[in-house]
Ligand binder design. Structure first.
Ligand code: RM4
Ligand code: NI
Length: 205
């Protein structure tokens, strides 16, 4: 597909009403999905499985605990998937009404794409779960209170993500996450030989 005919997804097809700033789209599983843009922003949280996520032509091998802040005009897609499961939390920045320091919570257009790719600790993954579950229900109701509640749950989620995220190559990692990383390295390096020493050196282990 050339750039002119590229798939673009629209707010009006996903959000419950024009007042909603946020909505949750679970992908259980996420199938292969072509490169696309949106007129909304998107938080992508990888729950299970693996895949190859392309963001603005940069490939990322993704696994459980990965977190991406996708901008409206980013071009992204899932080129290959292996039992990949995601929470997609879609949001419209210009519909956020609560007074909060949103730009510092949700790295957006001003942030380089390296600052929009993070990992979540195991504890973080379990603390955000109930918030996302409540948000999923709340954003499907149209009354004013529910719209406000949805936004406040989204604020809570954004704060928790900021608390529990860490850069992909920093190592305050739980054992399970180290194992994930090792599996990723093995998976992505199938054509190359794998040396444990190199792996440890590369990740300061
Ligand atoms: C797709 C894919 C896209 C997302 C849409 C809403 O399956 O996850 O990234 O923008 O859903
Ligand atoms: Ni998308």
């Amino acid at each position: 597909m050339d750039r002119m005919s590229q798939l673009k997804l629209h707010t009006s097809d996903f959000f419950f009403t024009d007042n909603h700033a946020v909505t949750v789209e679970d992908r259980l599983p996420q199938p292969i999905f072509p490169i696309h843009t949106h007129d909304f922003y998107e938080l992508v949280i990888v729950l299970r499985g693996n895949g190859l996520h392309i963001v603005n032509d940069v490939p990322y091998y993704i696994t459980c605990g990965d977190l991406f802040y996708i901008n409206a005009n980013d071009r992204h897609g899932y080129e290959s998937v292996d039992s990949l499961e995601l929470n997609n939390i879609l949001y419209c920045r210009d519909r956020l009404n609560l007074l909060s320091d949103w730009p510092s919570l949700l790295p957006g257009d001003e942030s380089h794409q390296d600052q929009r790719y993070w990992r979540l600790s195991v504890q973080g993954m379990s603390e955000i779960r109930p918030v996302i579950d409540t948000l999923t229900k709340e954003c499907m109701k149209s009354d004013r209170l529910s719209v406000q509640l949805s936004e406040s749950l989204f604020l809570q989620l954004s704060l928790l993500l900021k608390r529990y995220r860490h850069p992909p190559n920093s190592y305050q990692l739980a054992d399970g996450q180290l194992l994930d990383l090792l599996m990723l390295a093995l998976h992505s390096g199938i054509s190359k030989s794998f040396r444990m020493e190199d792996f440890c050196q590369q990740h300061s282990l």
